[in-house]
Design a protein around this ligand. Sequence first.
Ligand code: COA
Length: 268
Amino acid sequence: MDVFREGLFEGRTALITGGGTGIGRGIAEALAAYGARCALMSRRAEHVEPAAADIAGKSGRACLPLVADVRQPEQVEAAVAKVVGTLGRLDIVINAAAGNFLCPASDLTYNGFGAVIDIDTKGTWNVSKAAYDAWLREHGGQFLNISATLHYGGTPAQLHVSAAKAAVDALTRNLAVEWGPQGIRVNAIAPGPIADTEGARRLFPGPIAERLQQVTPTRRLGRVEDIVNLSLFLLSDAASNIHGAIVVSDGGLCLTGSFGALFEALKS
Ligand code: COA
């Protein structure tokens, strides 16, 4: 779907955590196609290096691969400094890095819970703070956080991610209130199940994906392009009064209350 104008993000620079794969990669590709220069951050060089080369080749825009762990503030600060030093500015920050696995609370270890809180919640804060200190505090800009709908109810085997994403929603709302007056727009997207991502492979093995599709009001799973198009809209000036919002894109699945029941079925 091509409803956005050519050069929409010309002159802007975006940092995308988890930008080498899945939703993060999709957003990075689209921002570059519409004129932005991008930096992709991941723990794994094998995720960001080929992705950055591919995006730069297709878009003709600079795309910087950054190997850094969102859990490590020093690595994050160094990566953000590299973006500003190399690309000259930092207008848009997409917090898309995330960790997940299916595990009932009864089997979840202290470290298992902590690993996901560290990546999703503390990672979002680490990157937001570093980017704010290095650029956005002085110049304004935008944050877009990738959340989830798991915590709208109680989703079996997803305690760790539900807690982590609930906190991401809180970060989104609080930072919108505190940093909005400084010309910084902060929003989040809460995707439902998205096909063809690492998350889907980990969380919705074959038969579950099929059943999710059957109980979703739109009768389809989400696609990366759904989240990409919503991101482009939220990052564009057309959404300049949307602030502190957590926008759901899940085909109405969370309204049905079926998500939890499906995960419960998966356990048995
Ligand atoms: N079930 C239960 N516990 C699990 C688990 C699983 N499938 N996978 C990891 N854990 C636990 C580990 O046992 C460990 O706890 P312990 O020390 O008490 O045993 C803890 O989580 C940390 O695991 P570790 O492998 O050391 O962490 P990591 O930092 O290398 O990996 C994860 C982080 C666990 C989140 C990993 O799944 C990951 O890297 N994910 C990134 C990609 C991803 O999840 N994408 C989908 C996003 S929706």
